[in-house]
Design a protein around this ligand. Sequence first.
Ligand SMILES: Nc1ncnc2c1ncn2[C@@H]1O[C@H](COP(=O)(O)OP(=O)(O)OP(=O)(O)O)[C@@H](O)[C@H]1O
Ligand SMILES: [Mg+2]
Length: 319
Amino acid sequence: MRKKRIGILFGMEDTFPWALVNAINAKGGDQVEAAPCEISFAKDDGVFGYDLVLDRISHEVPFYRTWLKCAAASGVKIVNNPFWWSADDKFFDNFVARAAGVAVPRTVLLPHKQYPPNTEAKSFRNMQWVNWEEVFNYLGWPIFMKPAYGGGWKDVYKVHDPQEFFAAYDQTRDLTMMAQEAIEFDSYYRCYVLGRKRVRIMMYDPKQPHHLRYVANYHTPPELEQRIHRDAVALCEGLGYDMNTVEFAVRDGIPYAIDFMNCAPDADLHSVGQENFDWMVNNMADTLIEIVTGGKPLELTGNWPSVLNTSKDPGQPLA
Ligand SMILES: Nc1ncnc2c1ncn2[C@@H]1O[C@H](COP(=O)(O)OP(=O)(O)OP(=O)(O)O)[C@@H](O)[C@H]1O
Ligand SMILES: [Mg+2]
């Protein structure tokens, strides 16, 4: 039988892709081989030269996203699922989290501050004015404001009163913003979750500069560690991601999921450090080999359609 071929599709990152290619080739024996993906124009004939593509960059390159969707439709396994990644957002994911029994901060979705392109006042005749008092009472202070389609700490604000809130909101252009209860945390964890089962829980201090974030040291009781592990896997099963980082802020012993839609998570040696990097390379290689040699059929999303109660009375709150 011919070797299964894994292609790695990546952007500016320098350390992870090459180490991953080497690790897969070292482990793959005569069954699996890996190389950087080679892509040019694509014909609509459904012929692709890979059995699996690991996607680290299509969120920045729409051409790649379309290529990946067509590859998936032609029998290539894609990590992560380009269909669901295209549809996903952070506000929706709070619903997935709640259905999976994972605590999340109280959150509201806000209308755009400015008109998106090609719209004007008349485009918004369905919109009612926001009752800000109700928003602020629901969330309490301080509040985090961040994009529902975001990443890389861009357009994230922490605000302490209405004046700061509106000063920040005024800068958000036509982004889809959410406002969220701030979790004043005792400890903070960032977890790699691969293949929905391999979990690395890393102590993380988001208040430090990048190169010091992974040197945090928190007391982590075993029950907390087990809960984080369970919650991390449940989130990735819900969303169907095979490569993700999920972040938890712990307040009064309860881990609140803060950021769990990182479908091309940072895996650079210089930011995550040698031990985390080695774990990531090794476990990603095992995960991809497992997926490319396994028989899992195409999925459109994770398990949320069966976990969320989509036939509930819409007038009633979530259980
Ligand atoms: N509700 C919250 N309570 C407490 N801290 C928060 C909350 N939301 C965000 N933060 C802080 O802000 C940081 C950035 O927010 P978040 O992770 O949601 O955005 P991001 O753009 O996805 O960032 P990145 O991709 O760099 O992780 C978090 O690491 C955390 O420290
Ligand atoms: Mg984050």
